[in-house]
Design a protein around this ligand. Structure first.
Ligand SMILES: [Zn+2]
Length: 707
């Protein structure tokens, strides 16, 4: 879809748009911004190779949004800002698919596949068939309609004949382009099928947040994807980070005679086989399995590939439950036709279900770092998908009650991919009367304090501030890989130091009495050296990791990044009100309240002071000084008017190299306004503020060269 020359042009265009602070022609700016954002989405979601930093992307997006707010006449149907739909849908109207969405016939072993191959070759009356094999994604089926190149409809599969119109929600999925160059080829209307999926890691994060919020987790990525598509609030859909894979063109029309001739060419060259059609869709900018797809000429090769792939399923970022095998040639597909419920030219090869039955032996109660008490089922160890499962989180009391679990029950256990195992259900019909109710403790299993339950929350919580297990858990979270990444300070060491009273709180990590550690034994000089080095290195971790490591309730890695990039120093958050926090992307009331509460507590501020004294980085380095000795460290600049001695982007680079920051507008935060010729409103505003130092180009140069 993008040639190398396009890519270079768009990349430069993005840089220009990022540095130009003034817009001369809003019409041009708007279309350039759209072009760049569509390109960045494609790089990120389809190519998996980001072209812009997240912050840069956000900056461009905001710029476009502002311009469109100011000039509503410039808004188009395929503008990326349309992805932010507002308001709730009342319900989803029913729509009929242009071509019925059939399901696939299933096969489970090599014999099934050989039988299918034989039938296929008979129907096609050929000796040899070419087969395409691609992953079968475990997501929610969708169909998309583009008209004259613009995405006009997205629908669920429904019953295969009628689906639900979920266009607004589909538009939240950035992997799906809002426009594609179909119209250039004379294609008027095209219907494309695919699957909405959720990355395993996004699914896990999503479940972590649900659990933190007192909700029960969803069973698998498929449920999360299909549930999300039917949420009435598109803003909520956006947060879930859905992705999509498109793999089938079910229908297209041409809009003129000439186009029909074009389309005939297309059919002969690019839309002649399944493989070519995937490559063609990919060229049109759509996410397809083109890169995972394999072509084989014999069913034995297909079978071998299926076996090999099954063992690699965990390496894919998405959950898959099998492979799909299709006859490659469209001409032969047409010849073979379909039954009323599945095409004869395609079949699914299903992987073995990763389920097993076991016995629920007992339930233990564990205290987490937020004080939540989690029931954990101990089951008779059972192998599932290559891993022995003996311990399964039951999350909270509601889950236990919903599933009607009893000690001694036979239970069905599932493990989807590297996703955590869970108990699907119990079998009450197998009970013999000896099963026992699961009794929840009233007191904290770690400190004995009475447990409390907040309204709307499923978890019982220990609210004692001196609960030892909570403290230990908090320390382990702080040191964990995704937080401060103090690798050598693993769970076992934290627990050991904690039990020995060598470590009492988070700042204590930086004031360990190593002499005592040596005396206590069990640690070699080498491991002490590794530990102290890892601890020392962690002081330089970026601010978002520190914020994540503090273990603020509801603040996951993503929110930590958002918070970190909003400030230059963590202490700024002390003064952020709930209202101000709510202005941040993806921060809702629950998170805002929790963050504001955390930073208002004196003990937390003391903890941050102690961390700062120990030398832990409290600054957002991108926003503040590049190096501690940057001459312009902490100073903010803005350029306005036409500069004669240098390009604006070069001048800005000088500021940033010396540790200063560039601001987007005149405000009380601005220190220096550098003025070229024909400076306008910004100069006026700066003069009015009275706090901004106004510099000519010469003054700016002498300021930057003398220092
Ligand atoms: Zn406790």
């Amino acid at each position: 879809m993008y040639q190398l020359t396009d890519e270079k042009r768009l990349y430069d265009q993005a840089r220009r748009l990022l540095t130009d602070s003034e817009v001369t022609d809003p019409g041009v700016a708007v279309s350039q911004l759209r072009e760049v954002i569509a390109y960045a989405d494609w790089k990120y979601y389809v190519q998996d190779d980001p072209a812009l930093a997240d912050e840069e992307y956000d900056k461009l997006f905001k710029k476009l949004k502002q311009l469109e707010d100011r000039h509503p006449e410039l808004v188009t149907a395929d503008s990326p800002t349309r992805r932010i739909a507002s308001g709730l849908s009342e319900r989803f109207p029913a729509v009929s698919h242009m071509v019925p969405m059939l399901s696939l016939d299933n096969t489970y072993n090599a014999d099934d596949l050989r039988d299918w191959d034989e039938r296929c070759r008979e129907l096609a009356s050929v000796e040899e068939l070419e087969y395409c094999v691609e992953p079968k994604y475990d997501g929610a089926s969708i169909s998309l309609v583009y008209e004259n190149g613009i995405l006009t409809r997205g629908a669920t599969r429904g019953d295969g004949i009628m689906g639900e119109d979920i266009t607004n929600n589909i538009m939240q999925i950035k992997a799906i382009p809002l426009s594609a160059p179909f119209a250039n080829l004379g294609i008027g209307q095209i219907e494309i099928r695919g699957e909405v999926v959720i990355h395993k890691k996004d699914f896990e994060e999503f479940n972590r947040q649900r659990i933190a919020g007192g909700l029960s987790p969803l069973a698998n990525p498929r449920n999360a994807a299909s549930g999300t598509l039917r949420i009435l609030d598109p803003a909520e859909v956006r947060k879930r980070k859905l992705n999509a894979i498109l793999y089938h063109i079910s229908f297209y029309t041409t809009d003129s005679e000439k186009a029909a001739a074009n389309a005939a060419d297309l059919r002969a060259t690019e839309l002649d086989t399944h493989r070519h059609s995937l490559e063609w869709l990919y060229k049109m900018g759509l996410p397809t399995p083109a890169r995972q797809m394999r072509l084989f000429r014999h069913i034995d090769e297909v079978i071998q590939f299926c076996n090999e792939f099954e063992s690699q399923r965990d390496e894919l970022p998405f959950e898959i439950d099998g492979l799909v095998i299709k006859v490659n040639s469209f001409a032969l597909q047409d010849k073979m036709g379909m039954t009323s419920h599945h095409p004869r030219w395609a079949v699914a090869y299903k992987f073995r279900a990763r389920q097993a039955t076991s016995k629920l032996l007992k339930v233990e109660f564990q205290v987490g770092r937020t004080g939540a008490v989690t029931p954990v089922a101990k089951i008779e160890p059972v192998p599932i998908g290559g891993v022995t499962v003996g311990s399964i989180s039951l999350f909270n009391e509601d889950v236990v009650r919903e599933k009607d679990l009893r000690i001694g029950d036979t239970v069905l256990v599932e493990r989807a991919g590297d996703v955590i195992p869970y108990i699907v259900k119990s079998f009450p019909e197998l009970r013999d009367g000896s099963e026992q109710e699961i009794v929840f403790p009233e007191n904290c299993p770690a400190c004995g304090e009475k447990l409390e339950k907040q309204e709307d929350m499923a978890a019982w919580r220990c609210i004692s501030s001196s609960c030892p297990v909570q403290l230990a858990e908090r320390l382990m979270h702080f040191a964990s890989k995704d937080a401060m990444d103090i690798r050598s300070l693993g769970t076992a060491n934290v627990q050991k130091f904690f039990d020995l009273d060598l470590l009492k709180d988070i700042p204590g990590i930086y004031n360990m009495d190593w002499q005592k550690v040596r005396l206590l034994g069990g640690f070699g000089e080498k491991s002490i050296q590794n530990l102290t080095e890892a601890i020392e290195n962690s002081k330089k971790q970026p601010l978002n990791r520190l914020i994540f490591g503090l273990g603020i309730r509801y603040v996951g890695e993503t929110t930590a990044k958002t918070l970190a990039s909003a400030v230059t120093n963590i202490r700024e958050l002390y003064d952020w009100s709930v209202e101000k926090l709510l202005t941040l992307e993806d921060v809702g009331p629950k998170v805002a309240n929790s963050v504001s509460h955390f930073f208002s507590l004196p003990e937390n501020r003391h903890m941050i002071d102690h961390l700062g004294e120990a030398g832990v980085n409290l600054l957002n380095e991108q926003k503040s000084a590049v190096g501690a000795d940057g001459a312009l460290s902490g100073k903010t600049f803005l350029f306005t008017g036409t500069l004669s001695q240098f390009k604006r982007s070069d001048a800005e680079a000088i500021v940033e190299q010396k540790g200063g920051n560039i601001l987007g507008s005149v405000s009380s935060k601005l220190n220096f306004l550098v003025v070229g010729t024909d400076a306008g409103s910004k100069l006026e505003k700066a003069k009015k503020l009275g706090t901004v130092t106004i510099l000519t180009e010469d003054e700016f140069l002498s300021l930057t060269t003398q220092q």
